[in-house]
Design a protein around this ligand. Structure first.
Ligand code: PLP
Length: 385
């Protein structure tokens, strides 16, 4: 076991979590859809402009709900980047649909709208943009493509809480959006998520899917006199203990985000000399300060750098194994185009530790360790993304 001087991530505790958890323990409402769940949902509706937010036990669960509500099934195709987490695709594969993996833009690492347009077929039912690192995808271009094709947009906004596209909150733009509160995300509850139902026509069914296929939500509002099984669904709610913890986090979401952005800026300044010397390429855009990555020259160099940082107690990680080259991605999905950017970037990308309570000294320590690990520039001139 390595004793990390700088772990990859750490939750920032606001100080109110235990107080809120104690309130749950005193209230005797431990199951889902209680007062803290409702407070989290109202907070998220205000922050994103979504018509109805449903708290879930993970971002994955929110994507699975979106896939059910989208109505996709056998023979349908859903266009998404290959450069993403398994859950983006898995949610649709569970419905019998086929993910169609397309390449990303080399600068933003977000889905390339030109590739999306070219991948549309008569089988396409949805486009799933992933706002990587909290940086917005080109939503104007994607909305135009979706409108033309008559398909819906479901945003994987797992990393994108409090980020915007020209002033529009991410997750709140598509027909639906999914947010994650996993330990690694900006606002965290260990495991947790939210489905943003932006189309009011889907709200009633979303509540049913959320509550094991029952009309419990309508029953509790007094709209119906029987509480019964009416549709497919599952148990997608978190318990109130999680919601209580999450609400304490959400109350400080703005300051947590500001703090992450400040650390992002510190990294960006500290690594500028290394970029000028052509030894690495820095992150492209700050977004919500979710993550800071650097691009190295090769997968071999990245392996060496990870090991050199580890020896100094710095936990740096990479992702993703592109879904189109993962065993399940090959079995359940298909590709459109060459995906050469995805293959190249996923070999060279390295994520640096970033959490709200990191200090400026921590950032300097990482930057110095990177400088030492990279050695001298291999050749004159710069290398590009
Ligand atoms: C974190 C993440 C998910 C999954 O969220 P969980 O809450 O861990 O289930 C899905 N998509 C992307 C892009 C993510 O970063």
């Amino acid at each position: 076991m390595t004793n990390w001087r700088l772990p990859f991530t750490q939750i920032h505790l606001t100080g109110r979590e235990l107080d809120y958890i104690r309130r749950v323990m005193e209230s005797n409402h431990f199951s889902g859809d209680g007062p803290f769940t409702k407070q989290c949902e109202r907070w998220l509706e205000r922050a994103t402009g979504s018509a109805r937010v449903l708290l879930t036990h993970s971002g994955t669960a929110a994507l699975e709900m979106a896939a059910i509500l989208s109505g996709v099934g056998e023979g349908d195709e859903v266009i998404m980047p290959s450069f993403t987490f398994s859950s983006t695709a898995n949610a649709f594969v569970l419905r019998g649909a086929r993910p169609v993996f397309v390449d990303i833009d080399r600068r933003t690492l977000n889905i390339d709208p030109q590739q999306v347009a070219a991948a549309v077929t008569s089988r396409t039912r949805a486009i799933v943009p992933v706002h990587y690192a909290g940086e917005a995808c080109d939503m104007d271009a994607l909305e135009a493509i979706a409108r033309e094709a008559g398909v819906m947009i479901i945003e994987d906004a797992a990393q994108a809480l409090l980020s915007t596209w020209h002033g529009r909150p991410l997750g709140g733009i598509g027909t639906m959006g999914a947010i994650s509160f996993h330990q690694t995300k900006n606002v965290a509850a260990g495991e947790g998520g939210a489905l943003l139902v932006n189309d009011p026509a889907l709200i009633e069914r979303a509540e049913i899917v959320w509550e094991k296929g029952t009309n419990r939500s309508r029953f509790h509002r007094g709209d119906v006199d029987k509480y019964t099984w009416v549709d497919v669904g599952s148990s997608y709610l978190p318990g109130e203990l999680i919601a209580a913890f999450l609400f304490a986090q959400l109350e400080d979401a703005e300051s947590i985000t500001a703090r992450r952005r400040a650390i992002w800026d510190q990294y960006h300044a500290a690594l500028e000399p290394l970029e000028q010397e052509g030894r690495l390429v820095r992150s492209s855009s700050r977004g919500n300060g979710h993550l800071y990555y650097v691009l190295l020259r090769s997968i071999e160099e990245r392996t060496e750098v990870i090991e050199a940082l580890r020896r100094k107690g710095i936990f740096a990680v990479f992702h993703y194994v592109p879904l189109h080259s993962a065993p399940a991605g090959m079995r359940y999905g298909r590709t459109h185009g060459t995906l050469s950017v995805t293959d190249d970037i996923s070999d060279r990308l390295l994520r640096l530790p970033l959490w709200p309570d990191m200090t400026g000294d921590d950032v300097t320590y990482v930057a110095d360790a990177l400088a030492a690990a990279l050695g001298a520039p291999l050749q004159a001139g710069t290398f590009e993304r």
